[in-house]
Design a protein around this ligand. Structure first.
Ligand code: PLP
Length: 417
């Protein structure tokens, strides 16, 4: 019998997950129903933040973040080249400029010293924001980034797609969970099937900032506001009553008392599109699945940590290993990465054995799209060197010890042959 394929990551769907989706399919709401708010509340509790906004995917989450933080042409935003392209692209969607800073070769995270160097080399106000990424599941020290960002008047978007449940220890010895909003202005998560929580497509924005939260809710649904206290058009207009003279032209901000209309309340159908927003909503089906998956989030995280420690033990000190993810407190292990010699040959050898590893990531500054802005080989030496050697091993909660041992054995065989 042919050996079954072992991917680098995969979702875990249980009968409870399936029942949760079926129940929602049989309910009154497939979208814009109660499951979304419930998912947001439970997710906010899990992460430890005040507000959460569920959206269509992680990329939509990043785009909305860039919009509410006011990114526009001429703005410069710093991020890492070792991440998925969406972390940078959100700046381009709004016309801003992406400035890459190199990674720390030990943690693979955006190097705060490289960011400081950039910020110090230009007049204050040159850069508007920083997007650190909790890459592979390892939490960025956001306390340090916050104080740097404050020094230079920058906002922070934390890309936490890889790290629900991850944390770093702050200077007071407290655990700071990824996306908890204590340091970053906004954080985002993805629920793509290889992530910790899978909803097919899906994403979440978390924050402690009420003003940003309100803006996000509006922009998620076309820029539409449904709130009597915030309308800009008059009640008369909304009702369809004959308009007074002053009503025939623009009516923005006109006090309602100026009209002698008997109508004082907006009709229930009324809503206003006050901004150019999008349809970035998640469905209730996905929210129901996400809620069900969230119940197993801790369990999945513990299994990921266990798998990481088995890899650590198996490869520690072997001479073909240049570096490995290791076992780090607070690491959420979306990925377990080895840096090795002969990476291409190893990758192909493993594929022949039905083990499908992956490379995370091709440095974004060298993607043809970003090269057009002048980025070139040699700009990010640590990221480029990392890319030559990195390989992401199978890592997902349902990976059995037996399959993991098979992966380990095949890697050892390759180098010992
Ligand atoms: C670090 C990072 N940021 C953003 C995204 C985008 O998320 P999505 O695929 O849900 O749009 C991903 C997804 O792969 C990611 O890994």
């Amino acid at each position: 019998m042919e050996k079954k394929a072992i991917p680098y990551g995969r979702q875990h769907i249980t009968p409870d997950d399936i029942n949760a989706v079926i129940e929602t399919l049989q309910s009154d709401f497939l979208t814009q129903g109660p499951k979304i708010l419930e998912f947001e509340k439970v997710f906010a509790d899990y992460i430890g933040c005040k507000y959460a906004v569920a959206v269509a995917n992680g990329t939509a989450a990043l785009h909305l973040n860039a919009l509410v933080l006011g990114v526009k042409p001429g703005h410069k935003v710093i991020t890492t080249p070792i991440t998925f392209a969406a972390s940078a692209n959100c700046v381009r969607y709004c016309g801003g400029e992406v400035i890459f800073a190199d990674i720390d070769p030990e943690s693979y995270l955006l190097d705060i010293h490289a960011v400081r160097k950039l910020l110090e080399s230009s007049p204050k106000g040159t850069y508007q924001g920083i997007i650190p990424v909790d890459f592979a599941g390892r939490a960025v020290d956001l306390e340090a980034f916050r104080s740097l960002a404050d020094e230079f008047g920058c906002w922070i978007i934390e890309d936490s797609c890889h790290s629900p449940g991850g944390y770093f220890i702050d200077s007071n010895g407290n655990k700071q969970r990824c996306g908890n909003g204590n340091f970053a202005d906004l954080a985002i998560f993805s629920f793509h099937p290889v992530k910790h929580i899978a909803t097919g497509e899906g994403g979440m924005i978390t924050t402690n900032n009420q003003e940003l939260y309100q803006k996000l809710l509006t922009l998620r649904t076309h820029g539409i506001v449904k709130n009597d206290g915030l309308y800009q058009n008059s009640v008369d207009f909304a009702i369809g009553a004959p308009l007074g003279k002053s009503e025939q032209s623009t009516v923005f901000s006109e006090p309602l008392t100026a009209h002698r209309s008997p109508f004082t309340a907006y009709p229930l159908w009324y809503m206003e599109m006050q901004d150019l927003g999008y349809n970035y909503r998640i469905t209730d089906l996905q929210a129901a699945l996400g809620l069900s998956q969230l119940q197993r989030a801790e369990e999945g995280l513990l299994r990921r940590i266990e798998i990481a420690s088995r890899y650590q033990k198996a490869f520690n000190g072997l001479d073909f290993i240049k570096h490995q993810s290791g076992v780090i407190e607070g690491h959420a292990y979306h990925l377990y990465i080895l840096e090795v010699e002969n990476r291409l040959e190893l990758y192909n050898h493993l594929r022949k054995k039905q083990i499908f590893t992956q490379i995370h990531y091709i440095p974004i500054h060298l993607m043809p799209y970003y090269r057009q802005f002048g980025w070139k080989v040699g700009d990010m030496p640590y990221a480029e060197n990392y890319y030559k050697h990195c390989i992401s091993l199978p890592m997902y909660p349902t990976l059995s010890n037996e399959d993991q041992d098979f992966v380990i054995k095949q890697i050892q065989n390759f180098y010992e042959a």
